[in-house]
Design a protein around this ligand. Structure first.
Ligand code: HEC
Ligand code: HEC
Length: 384
């Protein structure tokens, strides 16, 4: 009976509930963007500061790197539907949002992400907040654009398991999408949807995920009481030449976008992830990873490329225990020279963790659509 009910509900979802007129595309740019000649241009207080990008630690009033912007509101909104629609996977069960959940800092709360096979993949799903600023993507920095990155999960047998042909057939076979793409790209609905259009719309949505409005930002822009005493103490430790955190996790994005070998241990029983040495073949980058942004980091545990640490305090302990302490005997890693022996006191580790909480800002979180054009379950894949 229960099964019958579920089947009936699914049928109703497919047939009745989702009608073309239920879907229209926003004509307004997301917050942080201003519409200029129909396209969304990024606007932030940080743009008023002279950029010191690439010049050491920088101050709190350091400029941002350029962002991918210039998408139309309709393209961004179409990207939002695509992001939440499991139609993009081979069997209609996994959406981008399955592993990048808005309520989990656009990560998934797991050490290692789980895709279409139900088995954990090799690495942890990173947050997507502020991803439009990043020059290189993936933990091992192997993609240099959002478009190139997307081809990973879409066609990976363990993630969404699709093929280019399968993806195009699914979207072109859906009248809602035919109509929405026609609107977003200002062309007839009789044209076939192309991969370039799909990628562009999703890239537009990803680039709209801005988190630069945390209590830390208020402090950086001059509001001295936006942080508590403990958080200011944590910020000072974070920026100190003892802890050196800010030399890699450089404000305002809290990443210098470089690669560093820091000697993170792997989860119990897992072989060492070769990191950037994989795609580059450079043995000095064995175990090297892209420095992750720490924006919204309080929401995205467990931490590191394979989720080895559960809490921010555990991460703090890892750094304070000193250079190479977790590198197994016989393993040769070329550790970055900024990883040294900070020997932070427990209260300093605690204050850094407190400071990192002040980087939380979800005020511009996009709305999860109530339904997606395929009629499938929004953001599908409910595991537990
Ligand atoms: C099965 C879970 C899963 C799905 C589905 C998934 N991702 Fe991911 N995503 C991951 C994992 C895991 C990584 C890191 C992989 C790595 O570095 O090797 C990642 C990395 C990324 C990154 C790089 C972020 C950074 O800071 O380097 C972006 C951007 C991204 N995903 C966007 C998407 C989009 C867009 C989709 C849908 C087309 C998608 N993901 C679908 C798990 C997933
Ligand atoms: C030499 C550059 C460097 C320095 C210095 C550094 N980090 Fe990191 N940090 C990294 C890299 C690289 C990773 C990713 C490593 C991995 O996944 O194995 C990382 C990961 C993290 C993470 C996990 C983020 C996530 O999303 O999983 C946190 C939190 C963090 N660092 C905080 C700190 C703090 C606090 C300090 C100072 C005590 C610090 N870092 C110093 C390079 C650095």
């Amino acid at each position: 009976m229960k099964l019958l009910g579920a089947a009936l509900a699914a049928l109703l979802m497919m047939q009745g509930a989702v009608r073309a007129e239920d879907f229209s595309l926003s004509q307004a740019c997301p917050p942080s963007f201003q519409k200029v000649d129909g396209l969304c241009q990024f606007r932030s207080l940080y743009q008023l500061y002279p950029s010191l990008e690439g010049q050491g630690v920088g101050g709190l009033k350091t400029g941002l790197p350029p962002i991918r912007d210039g998408f139309s509101p309709q393209q961004i909104d179409l990207g939002r539907y695509l992001f939440f629609d499991p139609l993009l996977s081979a069997d209609g069960t996994v959406a981008c949002a399955s592993c990048h959940e808005p309520d989990k800092g656009f990560a998934d709360g797991r050490g290692r992400a789980i895709g279409i096979t139900g088995e954990p993949v090799k690495r942890s799903a990173p947050s997507l907040w502020n991803v439009g600023f990043l020059k290189r993507l993936f933990w091992d920095a192997r993609a240099d654009s959002l478009e190139a990155q997307m081809e990973g999960p879409l066609y990976d047998a363990m993630e969404m398991g699709n093929t280019r042909e399968g993806l195009l057939a699914a979207l072109n076979g859906n009248l809602n999408y035919r109509r929405l793409f026609a609107t977003a790209f200002e062309r007839p609905a009789t044209n076939e949807i192309t991969l370039a259009e799909i990628y562009l719309a999703i890239a537009g949505f990803e680039s709209s995920l801005i988190s630069l409005n945390s209590r830390y930002d208020y402090y950086a822009h001059g509001q001295a009481d936006a942080l508590s005493e403990e958080e200011i103490e944590g910020l000072n430790v974070f920026r100190s030449f003892v802890a050196r955190c800010a030399e890699c996790h450089t404000p305002p994005l809290f990443t210098n976008q470089q690669i560093a070998v820091i000697g993170t241990p792997e989860p119990e029983g897992m072989a060492r992830d070769t990191g950037v040495a994989g795609p580059t073949g450079d043995p000095t980058l064995r175990g090297g990873f892209k420095v992750p942004s720490l924006r919204n980091v309080a929401l995205t545990g467990p931490y590191m490329h394979s989720g080895r640490f559960k809490t921010l305090e555990e991460v703090g302990d890892f750094y304070t225990k000193g250079r190479g302490h977790a590198v197994p005997e016989g393993e040769e890693l070329y550790l970055h020279w900024h990883i040294w022996e900070p020997q932070l006191r427990p209260e300093e580790v605690k204050s850094v963790a407190a400071f990192l909480q002040a980087l939380t800002d979800e005020s511009m979180k996009p709305e999860t659509p109530a339904a997606v054009p395929s009629g499938l379950r929004v953001g599908a894949r409910v595991l537990d």
